[in-house]
Write a protein that binds this ligand. Structure first.
Ligand code: SF4
Ligand code: SF4
Length: 67
């Protein structure tokens, strides 16, 4: 069985102490992935390269194949 090393101290093996699961903002809490420490904005955007409207466009067929 492969040994798992500690993510906080690479010189020791993981002993399951859970220290790496403690919230960065509230040491009395286990992280529940609330995202508050990430300072994410209320609105985010993504950049798109193109919009394919024609279902017969070869690029559309290529995308359908990948799903
Ligand atoms: S549980 Fe403890 S020993 Fe294991 S990776 Fe997390 S902090 Fe390290
Ligand atoms: S995601 Fe939330 S719970 Fe986890 S460390 Fe960040 S603030 Fe704490």
């Amino acid at each position: 069985m492969e040994t798992k090393m500690c993510v906080l101290d690479e010189t020791k093996e993981c002993d399951g102490c859970m220290e790496c699961e403690v919230c960065d903002l509230d040491p009395s809490k286990i992280c529940d992935n609330c995202g508050k420490c990430l300072n994410l904005p209320d609105v985010v955007s993504i950049k798109i390269d193109d919009v394919i409207l024609d279902p017969n466009d070869p690029r559309a067929k290529e995308l359908t194949k990948k799903r």
